[in-house]
Write a protein that binds this ligand. Sequence first.
Ligand code: PLP
Length: 485
Amino acid sequence: MEKNDIYRLLPRVDSLMKEKETEELIKEYGYDCVIDAVRSALNEARGEIGCCATDSEEKPEETVGRILAGIREKIRDILCGEKRMNLTRVVNVTGIILHTGLGRAPLGQEVLRNAGEIAGGYSDLEFDLETGKRGERCLNFEEIVCRVTGAEAAMAVNNNAAAMLLILSALASGGEVVVSRGELVEIGGGFRIPEILELGGAMLREVGTTNRTRPEDYRRAVCQETKAFLKVHTSNYRIIGYTRETTLEELAELKKETGLPVIQDLGSGVLVDLGKYGLVHEPMVQESVRRGADVVSFSGDKLLGGPQAGIIVGKKKYIEKMKRHPLARALRIDKFTAAALEAVFRQYLDPEKAVETIPVLRMLTRPAEEIHVDAEKLAERLRASIRAEAPDGAEGALITVEKCASRAGGGSLPEQDIPSYAVTVAPVDIPAGELAERLRKLEVPVIGYLSGEKLFLDMRTVDEKGAEQVAEAFRGGEILRKEAP
Ligand SMILES: *Cc1c(COP(=O)(O)O)cnc(C)c1O
């Protein structure tokens, strides 16, 4: 049979659309989606016919029969695949708490409830209930931020990069900003301090050296054009050894002499003393405010544990200026973020409770021994599940519990190894990399990491539901078989 004859055997779009089965699909997915799926399925079929090798074992009639028989199923598959959301919930067993690739900070139940409630209906987002007139956006949220941080005023924009852009545009455009050479930070994803300054229309005036910058260096750089001093928290690297950093207090002294504001990009925005929980003490927002920074910006979804946002706190006169800047309108947060931020900050009114209720802090401060118990439990469960199905007592994998190190991630606490425990899986019949790939392709993907010839599943970053999903992924040991499940 000639290829052209085979093509002619393919059903036509309109005849497929008229079939009873298709009618059912139209009811479920809508006419437009179904006709697109029909066309795609026919295209795929043509492609398959086109590349059918003439010397294949299969007779041409059989090939055609197979392709034709598969068309209706193909249409269904296409529609089904389209229906599934592209953004997929995954199980994070990497041990990296603020995994930027996996969405940084997960939100707690109460925060989600509040955000869902507000976003799902109308709210007084920009409405003054007192006067019945249009009001200012986010006042409720700002009040609570000031209360927690001790700042005079606050506002929020889309993320911390946006916050820096707004601060520099509003306070330093057309002038110079003095920054230490030790603090010209680059954060992943293309955020570099010198570039963000340029974008904000300000000139960078570098002072000092990589390891040492004295107050005198800042003082000498001040000229007619100077608009501000900028300090950047070196959140994702450390300079150690022979170092001298100019403190906020010292810059506050310079402010008294020059009248120039001190701006600080704090990065993570920690609001509790992490030192209390055996971690490195990260500079807290409250400390920056107390120590004399005029404007402080930080992320909402790093160690703060909230939604993506850039929060700016500080002196009222500077915050007012930023609120009036046209960029503020372009970078503003939506009601969902405003509601979530308010709910997270409310939890910080009681810091001890915050450590329990905010998932990022809970994961960060969980004692390793607790995680050890979870890991042993899951390991035993996986072994039992695999063994139950294994033919002749053969094991699909060697499963153990090992010590490992979790990380804060998100460019925070760069040197801190947080002791933790992982369930490790060394598959017998397939390479560990193949197992990692199969786990990534599940309906609920499980994301661990490879080390040696083993897959590590760090239990610090999963809750009970996550552990359940890992167990489900390994049920019956099918995922470990030589032939793909
Ligand atoms: C992470 C970080 C940023 C960028 O914050 P986003 O909220 O990711 O935009 C800026 N500056 C510092 C010092 C940071 O650590």
